[in-house]
Design a protein around this ligand. Structure first.
Ligand code: 5RP
Length: 229
């Protein structure tokens, strides 16, 4: 089974948790897009859902495939969100934001009764941090914010390169008009402490540590999909 087939397996398993009539948060990334494709087939067959996309990219795919969308203001409380992740540990703590959609993903996840994470098994880690942690920052005061991130992280014993994410001809800009600093810490032994420190920096808009947010993870490997909860 190749990586795409594993993503499809995880997405198929997530779809069994979706019931007609649900208000759905719809994640971002290649795995979430497999979920959108399968969901669109169900919608074409008469299944009724209303989706809130976590990015403009996901919104475009949903519109193209005929998945009905609402804004989060129109549907402020959601039954379920299905989204991918960059890392998942055994306590269902996540690193997200590799696709740059972490802010909307976190807002949508927080508005959802349940969050199902779908991934292939390469995303499972013992300790978070191997994947560079995306930190969404306001462009105003970028240098000060970067210094503050370095200092707060160093207090927790975390060192590593901070890279301002680029895309093509300049800084990568999120759907909300912010920048992303990717922090290569290697290992984040105390994710709660780091989350608190980052949340205390005014220029940090949000970060990619999703702690106590996932209800269930569906992990696909060559032998099929399994559930972690
Ligand atoms: C986007 C995300 C994605 O869910 C994460 O990057 C996983 O993407 P993929 O399924 O393509 O590996 O957090 O901001």
């Amino acid at each position: 089974m190749d990586a795409r087939e594993m993503k499809i397996k995880a997405a198929e398993a997530a779809l069994t948790h979706v019931e007609s009539g649900m208000r759905l948060g719809i994640g971002t990334g290649s795995t979430a897009e497999e979920f959108v494709r399968l969901l669109a087939e169900k919608v074409a067959g008469g299944f009724r859902v209303e989706g809130v996309p976590t990015s403009e990219r996901t919104a475009r795919l949903c519109v193209e495939l005929g998945v009905p969308l609402k804004s989060l203001d129109e549907l402020p409380e959601l039954d379920l969100t299905v989204d991918g992740a960059d890392e998942i540990d055994s306590s269902l703590r996540l690193v997200k934001g590799g696709g740059g959609a972490l802010l909307r993903e976190k807002i949508v996840a927080a508005a959802s009764d349940r969050v199902i994470v779908i991934a292939d098994e390469s995303k499972l880690v013992e300790t978070l941090g191997r994947f560079p942690l995306p930190i969404e920052v306001n462009p105003f005061g970028l240098v000060s914010t970067r210094i503050a991130i370095e200092r707060k992280a160093a207090r927790l014993g975390l060192t590593g390169g901070l890279t301002l994410r680029q895309s093509g001809d300049g800084e990568f800009t999120t759907d909300g008009g912010h920048y992303i600093i990717d922090a290569s810490f290697g290992r984040i032994p105390d994710a709660d402490a780091l989350s608190n420190e980052l949340n205390s920096i005014p220029g940090v808009v949000e970060h990619g540590l999703f702690l106590n947010m996932a209800s269930l993870a569906i992990i696909a490997g060559p032998a099929g999909a399994r559930t972690l909860q």
